[in-house]
Design a protein around this ligand. Structure first.
Ligand code: UT7
Length: 333
């Protein structure tokens, strides 16, 4: 029988400091009412000074390994938009801190779709026989790139990390990753971007503009494309899996906006109450959002063994994707 990647462990973490909508409204021209009704967010977690993406990735990775009951993997893939440094990648240092010295480790940059991209890399490595176990992490500290004066992004994003362990198994086992479908469209690069800090700025011959250091998002323009691409990608992956929309027990979509998640569910014809939502508690954590939602859903019983789960995301690039898996009998680490 074909070899498949099977989800064997899940773990997540958020930094201790909580920032409520009311706290934001004390320094920005916004309100709890606007943020709740337009996004579904009630609070987000934010790192304290000195903490980094790598710190959150280590914690989430360790929890996922504990959940899987293992201390070894053959590959570490870290999805992040907010690496600790532009060079080198953050994954090798995360792997070493977890005790995985010598294991290949690299970062994947696909912004909010990053976890699905990393999941595909990990699942493919297992399917090809290059790895028996893979640690896939999504970790972000968006608070380090947000413009504190920009209410349209400062109110949305939060920090956090989530991780899964994949192991070699069979496609009909609980936990098997069934299919992953990914896509991108670089003509949308300016809609979600940090302009500064890269080769474009450094070779441009102009002094860097301070505002280019910050993350920018054209939210309105992104909204409808995100819904369309997530719905299309979900349909494709469901078809490849041989599932009807009525077969889907749970949708775990990137937590960008509760209105987006409900619109995707509606376009697909899946009841909104099948969507696992945790954006209220953590905000938009970009590449960390799907594994964080998986850990939350498993911990509170919204994901139960045998559930047929649809994952989907849209992010900067633009990038998007969807995946199908069955939920395993797993304790959150
Ligand atoms: O995660 C990666 C992919 N990202 C996404 O999928 C995000 C997609 N976009 C969104 O979720 C929504 O577009 C946002 C939540 C970002 C914004 O919601 P919106 O309903 O699309 O608002 P808008 O951008 O159309 O702005 C409506 C109004 C504007 O004021 P005017 O021009 O009508 O006077 C904004 O300036 O709301 C204003 N606004 C705010 N008001 C209070 C924007 N942000 C805020 C805020 N508080 N935090």
């Amino acid at each position: 029988m074909t070899r498949a990647a099977v989800l064997a462990g899940v773990g997540a973490t958020v930094p201790p400091r909580v920032v409520t909508n009311d706290e934001l409204a004390r320094r920005l021209d916004t309100s709890d009412e606007w943020i709740r009704t337009r996004t579904g967010i009630v609070q987000r977690h934010v790192i304290d000074p000195g903490m980094t993406t790598g710190d959150l990735a280590v914690e989430a990775g360790q929890r996922a390994l504990k959940s899987a009951g293992t201390t070894t993997v053959d590959l570490v893939v870290l999805a992040t938009t907010t690496p600790d440094r532009p060079c080198p990648a953050t994954a090798p240092s995360v792997a070493t801190r977890i005790g995985l010295v010598g294991v290949p480790a690299f970062d994947v940059a696909a912004v909010c779709s990053g976890f699905l991209y990393a999941l595909q890399v990990g699942a493919d490595a297992i399917a090809a026989g290059h790895a028996e176990r893979v640690l896939v992490i999504g970790a972000e500290t968006f608070s380090t790139i947000l413009d504190p004066a920009d209410r349209s992004t400062a109110a949305i994003f939060g920090d956090g990390a989530g991780a899964v362990v994949l192991r070699a198994g069979q496609p009909d086992e609980p936990g098997a990753v069934r299919h992953v479908q990914l896509g991108s469209d670089g003509s949308m690069a300016d809609l979600i971007t940090v302009r500064g800090g890269g080769a474009e700025e450094r070779s441009g011959g102009r002094p860097p503009l301070p505002e280019d250091a910050y993350f920018r998002m054209a939210g309105k323009s992104v909204f409808f494309t995100a819904v369309r691409r997530m719905a299309e990608s979900s349909r494709t992956v469901l078809e490849r899996t041989g599932w009807q929309v009525t077969d889907v027990d749970r949708v775990v979509a990137h937590q960008a906006n509760v209105r987006i998640i409900h619109a995707v569910a509606e376009q697909l014809g899946i009841p909104a109450d099948r969507a696992v939502i945790n954006i209220d508690r953590v905000g938009n954590t970009s590449a960390a959002s799907i594994p964080l939602a998986l850990a939350d859903g498993a911990a509170d019983g919204r994901l139960t063994p045998g559930d047929r789960v649809l994952l989907t995301a849209f992010g900067g690039g633009a990038t998007w994707g969807a995946a199908t898996l069955t939920w395993p009998d797993v304790m959150v680490g």
